[in-house]
Design a protein around this ligand. Structure first.
Ligand code: NDP
Length: 287
């Protein structure tokens, strides 16, 4: 039976550490880290994510501002707002909640964010920094996965790590972080041949596909660590991951549940990045 990795508990401990650091920063430097969250349109899932992020900021002592714009917002209006936030002294991090409504160019909006305030680490210059291992921020979800592996002392070095999914926000950066930790990494996608066999050779299997019950027990090496990034709805509308829990749990050595696995880590890492951005801006001011 797999040991379940309790993402809620790990995230709570990360958040408590961040709250302490924020308090120390306020006391020693008189600085409160600030995050601006921009939401465009009225997608209910985005609204829930934004509310959760604001709540988490408040709990950690991080100042946050919300900019809720109508779905009719133009590209220029959105870029203008981002540029205003780039100049705002009390804002260290800017998060534009994705996806944006149709007609808005996400890539151009992300590129408009000052890289030192890009706490999602989606800006091209931050992506490049991650590639060469000289980064200010790590993308929140992959960074959260690494933190979960560390919490259980799961060794990455020398292990075969298989990442299923190659998106820019999860799969590719996930593979890069595992590589930086000296894993031997295979990235799979929809054109991969004999996916079950590749997955079965993984000591660490990370699934970021977005399909319920996609990873089944016969795709898992006995004792492997299985990290489920997926967030899907099952046939009853219930939140579930990519992993078929019933068949994988008896085979895997470790398994992250959904909900309560990777999800809570994503927000904890956003707070961590906002604190890192504030430190970066403090240092820049000292110079
Ligand atoms: P994308 O849709 O951008 O990427 C999905 C990837 O899965 C693609 O690379 C695709 O391959 C691959 N894929 C699709 N079908 C198959 C298949 N049959 N065999 C092998 N690979 C396949 O999704 P994201 O990366 O944005 O997100 C993935 C999941 O993670 C989603 O469920 C999302 O909701 C969740 N998520 C969870 C977060 C959290 O905090 N827990 C945060 C972010 C995302 P190809 O490139 O060839 O099309």
């Amino acid at each position: 039976m797999a040991k379940l990795i309790d993402g809620k508990a790990v995230a709570a401990s990360v958040r408590a550490g961040i709250a302490q650091e924020v308090a120390a920063m306020q006391e020693n430097d008189g600085v409160t880290p600030g995050l601006a969250v921009v939401i465009v349109g009225d997608d209910p899932a985005s609204r829930t994510y934004v509310n959760n992020k604001k709540k988490a900021c408040a709990e950690a002592g991080i100042y946050s501002e919300e900019y809720a714009l109508p779905a009719t917002t133009t590209q220029q209006e959105l870029v203008d707002l981002v540029q205003t936030l780039n100049r705002k002294q009390d804002i260290d991090g800017i998060l534009v909640q994705l996806p944006l409504p149709k007609g808005l160019d996400e890539k151009a909006v992300i590129e408009a964010i000052d890289p030192s305030k890009d706490v999602d680490a989606f800006h091209e210059s931050n992506v490049g920094r991650i590639m060469i291992g000289n980064f200010h921020f790590l993308p929140c979800t992959p960074a959260g996965v690494m933190e979960l592996l560390r919490s259980e002392n799961i060794e990455v070095a020398g292990k075969h790590c298989v990442v299923v999914g190659r998106s820019n926000i999860v799969g590719k950066p996930m593979a890069m972080l595992l590589l930086h930790s000296n894993g031997t990494v295979t990235i799979c996608h929809s054109k991969t041949q004999d996916l079950p066999a590749v997955c079965r050779s993984a000591d660490i299997l990370v699934s970021a596909v977005g399909k319920a019950k996609f990873i089944t027990g016969d795709m898992v090496k006995p004792g492997a660590a299985v990290i489920d990034v997926g967030m899907n709805r099952d046939e009853n509308g219930k939140l579930c991951g990519d992993v078929d829990f019933a068949s994988v749990e008896p085979v895997a050595g470790y398994l992250t549940p959904v909900p309560g696995g990777v999800g809570p880590m994503t927000i904890a890492m956003l707070l961590k990045n906002t604190l890192a951005a504030a430190k970066l801006h403090c240092k820049a001011e000292e110079k």
